[in-house]
Design a protein around this ligand. Structure first.
Ligand code: TMP
Length: 231
């Protein structure tokens, strides 16, 4: 298989069939734009299973995604997509960079759902970017941006429900989209690496903040997320 790209937590190969790619999850955990890095054996498998479960749930509920087939515990077959160069962040509760930047205590409720974009550029450190800047430099058109926002809000509704049933609060998360065959598709992964997930009763963190903040019990948190989603 031809390796197309190796990222911090996944490797992308070209698929046998035209227009497809194979994505393999790695066990590497990184934070702070790769400055903090550690191997967490089993993380790839946990994230793959959690992400596949969420993608399949979203697809059942009408969200178009890149996922074609689960190949094995850490490998999936996806549609090859032209990635929209923004990360889409949705926030239900103040936390992380939002709390830091605007001086709002972590865990504070918000009057409305927040949507943010960052420009996908390792070189520039993924700077925050707004709608008019996105269209101005041609990252996306106004129509595509509208669809992207509507889809992100719909995904938020669906995921909030899914996690609520599992006794988990969906605090915030990051999405990536791509274009294939004239359609906008949800791409990348949705896992405890890319979401903040707090236990509904105790507010215990069950996501990558355990790694970012050296809290320990990273994989235990991820495993608990998976077990509860499967229940
Ligand atoms: P933030 O509070 O650090 O901006 O992160 C918001 C959410 O987005 C959080 O759930 C983690 C996720 N995220 C990623 O998955 N990748 C990233 O590069 C960043 C900055 C955030």
């Amino acid at each position: 298989m031809e390796k197309l790209y190796e990222g911090k937590s996944k490797i992308v190969f070209s698929g046998e069939e035209a227009g497809t790619c194979i994505i393999k999850y790695k066990d590497t955990a990184t934070a702070g734009n790769g400055l903090k890095k550690e191997d967490l054996p089993g993380k790839g498998k946990l994230n793959a299973e959690i992400s596949n479960l969420i993608f399949e749930y979203l697809m059942k509920n009408g969200i178009k995604t890149h996922l074609l087939k689960v190949i094995d515990e850490t490998t999936i077959l996806v549609k090859k997509a032209d990635i929209v160069m923004v990360e889409v962040i949705v926030r239900n509760v103040a936390a992380g960079s939002f709390s830091k930047k605007y001086g709002v205590a972590e865990g504070s409720s918000l009057n409305n759902t927040v949507i943010e974009f960052s420009y996908k550029s390792d070189e520039l450190g993924d700077p925050m970017i707004n709608d008019s800047q996105i269209t101005a430099i041609g990252i996306s058109t106004e129509d595509e941006l509208k669809e992207l926002k509507e889809t992100a809000f719909r995904i938020n509704e669906l995921m909030t429900k899914l996690f609520e049933k599992a006794g988990i609060r969906l605090i915030d998360f990051k999405l990536e989209f791509g274009r294939a065959g004239g359609e906008l598709l949800l791409c990348d992964e949705i896992s405890p690496d890319s979401c903040r997930l707090w236990d509904m009763n105790t507010n215990d963190k069950m996501d990558k903040d355990r790694f970012r903040r050296d809290m320990g019990g990273v994989l235990e948190g991820y495993k608990a997320v998976l077990d509860r989603l499967k229940d």
